[in-house]
Design a protein around this ligand. Sequence first.
Ligand SMILES: [Zn+2]
Length: 189
Amino acid sequence: MKRRGQPIIPTIIISCLLLLLILLIYVYFGYHRYDYYGDDAPVPNVLHPVVEQKRSELVERAKEENIAIIITETIRSFERQNKLYDQGRTTAGDIVTYARGGESYHNYGLAIDFAIEDADGNLTWDIHYDGNGNHLPDWDEVVAIAKELGFEWGGDWDSFKDYPHLQMTFGLSIKQLQRGFRPKAETPE
Ligand SMILES: [Zn+2]
């Protein structure tokens, strides 16, 4: 019996071509956003230039709202990350991180932590503090500016909320960073 319905073969060919096109677009944008170095990928020892610039903008824009912020942490070595991981587990203190060396965006120069300087000049991590007296917590104001600048906020995480933490992933997962992918230096966020 002859088939009179949809011609199957051309449909398959068109589907394959579409898939190929999607793959090419993916590879093209991936190639232009990231560098891939494999196992020998260098670990940066300074903040990514885009993160560095956005950090300055964040401090400036907070200042315009009469909020003084201090960046308490930027890039962190794998070694220091492991020491922090040990805290509260094999060494004294409270647990401060769930990331081992290489598992934090800090380790790749892609994250910063901030605190607020209160009226007495002391650092505070009080997320309800309203130093500029506009009836909004200063912390929320800083986070709103940070998000506008392209940062992700650790306070949005479901499991372990890290309120001082801001990061830019450039679409790269920790697994990809560990495998040797690095955001290009000139990548916009
Ligand atoms: Zn952090």
